[in-house]
Design a protein around this ligand. Structure first.
Ligand code: GTP
Ligand code: MG
Length: 651
């Protein structure tokens, strides 16, 4: 996912600071409550290196509303689909040239506005090509981007958001109805695609030699998610690290400082290295995951700076689900640490820790940040360590896998070298952050299994018909020329080129975070939430799943019929609880009470959910990364768990 990623924003109009939280509804309102007062419109994809990010423009809506039949949010009369969940207002209405008759409910499909943004995204290769083909404005944009890429080696270009955006929008908007119609048409074909070969038994799979070969001299990629409560200093930490390691030049830093000061946001200068959209900078809040690279002694680190605000947890999930390890950033200042630990859904220190553990992340570095605000007090550090340590243990983190580091991102204490401030060095003798990163262990990579690459993001150039799928290869390997099956739409494509760390490469293996350019496929068939796989070993597609979940700290009961946002790898889908099979005894892991009437906080249970549209999913026992699921409702995570049974749509 080598760029900024937007994933179904749902922030509240009233948000204007980190301590201005929304009221939570009682659980019985989960399915119905929706207090969104903002319409998000994706207008632009600024770039990361030479790829793109999304600029979000908010419009307050007040008049003439219609209510979504699925998520109950209010929408403007002019909207043909729900701004929040994407469901069509009237599935039978005609849009553009195509008929949407009988089109299935779409939750995770691109809206017309998304289509605009997708159309504006471009990989380095396609950028250059389209620059040659689309005239001066495009060249200005892509030239700016490429210059930035050279200067900043992997840092988002701030300047490149503007150039060429208008021209890009104009071009792409004219394509929109056609694209949407084609997308709807494809959705109708969803279940009847004939392009599908029957899966071979896994035992028959034999990896080829090139798939397993070692890459001499190339540092292994370590996907490191930076997570934590809003305003804990994740972006400042990321920006400072990148600056200290030479990935953000002095000149750029100076520019960020100057511009941030002019905007009255002087303290956010380091954060501007990763918070690059105008809205993120103006609000001082990260909204989408930013990806940057730096080299430690042992690793080529893929840094995933996640948003902390609770309204952007879906974005955080989309990025951090690729993590091999995480840095959990905690704000040490009085009151702020406590806010992050609030158990009522407001504390993202807890929610993020729970989520990353459920992603399968076992190693975590707890960066106790802003130690300068508490005079580098050992007592405060120990207090935080004991409070949060208890919670991390309860999430299943082993003590030996958790490293605690007191630091100050702003004052550069304990980041890449040992602490210099006597108030800290007098009592702390452990490693600095960079050393702690180097002591992380690389998870086992399985290149010997068939290819599985969950698609985090899609880069499309509609004018050139080029499409690239971005994400982390979970198992297997690909090379230029490989044939891949694009699920869930079951279309076969050929790998045209691969980029790792924004550089072209001919082979990529399990663990690599890549952008795979595809040929021989219509772009509408490649969607975030889909999966690239080996044509003979397709991933299972299902709209009904059995899950073993742990119910988090919720306020009321979960009953049959409750609606959720269902998350699995990068897919998000509307879901309904159709059956509570049994409670699970947390000590033995065995089924306890059969068919209870409801679930309450902290219970484990086996449940069945029905999804509005099928997703790629595997049983956790067969494939971990494709078998972890999360349930969210009313803006907070209500359950985390694993897929215990897949009721395949093919069977
Ligand atoms: P979100 O991405 O929106 O969740 O925020 P964040 O966690 O990325 O926080 P960000 O880096 O944007 O910083 C938030 C505020 O904390 C800014 O005003 C920073 O200057 C401040 N800050 C970050 N690190 C430190 C630190 O070490 N010391 C002090 N005093 N302030 C810090
Ligand atoms: Mg941030």
């Amino acid at each position: 996912m080598p760029r900024k990623v937007n994933y179904g924003l749902d922030y509240d109009d009233g948000y204007d600071g980190y301590d201005d939280y929304d009221d939570f509804d009682d659980y019985e309102d989960y399915a119905n409550a929706n207090d969104y007062g903002v319409k998000e419109k994706v207008t632009e994809k600024p770039s990361w290196n030479d790829r793109s990010t999304i600029k979000v423009e908010k419009k307050t809506k007040k008049l003439a509303l219609w209510q979504c039949s699925v998520c109950n949010s209010d929408n403007e009369q002019s909207s043909s689909s729900c701004d929040i969940c994407g469901v069509l207002r009237d599935p039978a209405q005609n849009i553009g040239n195509g008929s949407a008759e009988n089109a299935p409910f779409q939750f995770n499909t691109l809206s017309p506005d998304d289509m605009v943004s997708v159309g504006k995204m471009s990989s380095r290769k396609s950028s250059k090509v389209s620059a040659n083909n689309t005239g001066k404005k495009a060249i200005a944009k892509f030239t700016a981007t490429n210059e930035m890429a050279e200067n900043s080696s992997g840092i988002i270009s701030g300047a490149n958001q503007l150039n060429g955006s208008e021209s890009g929008n104009a071009n792409i908007k004219s394509d929109t109805p056609q694209i949407l119609a084609s997308d709807l048409h494809q959705m109708k074909l969803d279940k009847v695609s004939t392009n599908f070969r029957k899966a071979k038994p896994l035992a028959e799979y034999k990896p080829e030699k090139w798939m397993l070969a070692n890459q001499d001299g190339i540092l292994n990629q370590l996907n490191l998610a930076v997570v934590g409560h809003v305003d804990s200093g994740k972006s400042t930490l990321s920006g400072q690290l990148l600056h200290l390691l030479g990935r953000v030049s002095k000149k750029e830093m100076h520019k960020f400082e100057k511009e941030a000061k002019e905007k009255g946001k002087g303290s956010f200068a380091f954060a501007w290295a990763t918070d690059e959209s105008a809205e993120e900078r103006e609000r001082g809040v990260t909204m989408t995951v930013a990806v940057a690279y730096f080299d430690s002694k042992k690793y080529r680190v893929v840094l995933l700076d996640s948003p902390g605000h609770k309204d952007f947890v879906p974005n955080m999930i989309s990025g951090a689900t690729q993590a091999d390890a995480a840095v959990l950033v905690v704000d040490a200042s009085i009151g702020s640490f406590e806010a992050g630990m609030d158990g009522n859904g407001f504390g993202q220190t807890k929610e993020h820790a729970q989520l990353i553990r459920s992603f399968g992340v076992e190693q975590v570095i707890v960066a106790v940040n802003k130690m300068d605000t508490v005079g580098f007090s050992k007592e405060r550090f120990e207090f935080i360590k004991s409070q949060l340590g208890n919670f991390l243990r309860s999430c299943g983190f082993k003590e030996s896998q958790v490293t605690w580091i007191p630091l100050s991102a702003m004052e550069n204490e304990n980041l890449v070298t040992s602490a210099t401030d006597a108030r800290l060095s007098s009592w702390y003798e452990g490693s600095c952050l960079l050393e702690a990163v180097d002591s992380l262990q690389l998870p086992v990579r399985d290149a010997s299994k068939p290819l599985l690459l969950p698609i985090c993001d899609v880069i499309k150039s509609h004018s050139l018909g080029q499409v690239a799928a971005c994400g982390k290869i979970e198992t297997g390997a690909i090379k230029n020329g490989s044939r891949v099956l694009v699920m869930p739409l079951r279309e076969v494509a050929t790998v045209r080129s691969i980029e790792r760390d924004s550089c072209p490469c001919s082979v990529a293996r399990a663990g690599d975070n890549v952008a795979v350019s595809l040929q021989g496929i219509d772009g509408v068939h490649v969607t975030p939430g889909g999966v690239l796989c080996h044509p003979d070993y397709p991933v299972t597609v299902a709209s009904r799943l059995e899950l073993k979940i742990l119910v988090l700290d919720i306020m009321g009961p979960i009953i049959v019929g409750s609606k959720f946002e269902f998350h699995i790898h990068h897919a998000k889908e509307a879901a309904r609880l159709v059956k509570i099979v049994s409670l699970v005894d947390q000590k033995t892991g065995k089924a306890a009470k059969k068919t209870p009437r409801f679930l309450t906080a902290k219970q484990s249970a086996i449940i069945e959910v029905a999804l509005d549209r099928a997703v790629c999913a595997e049983e956790f026992s067969k494939h971990r990364a494709l078998g972890r699921a999360f349930l969210r409702a009313s803006g907070c995570t209500v359950g985390v768990g694993i897929v215990s049974k897949v009721f395949s749509d093919e069977s």
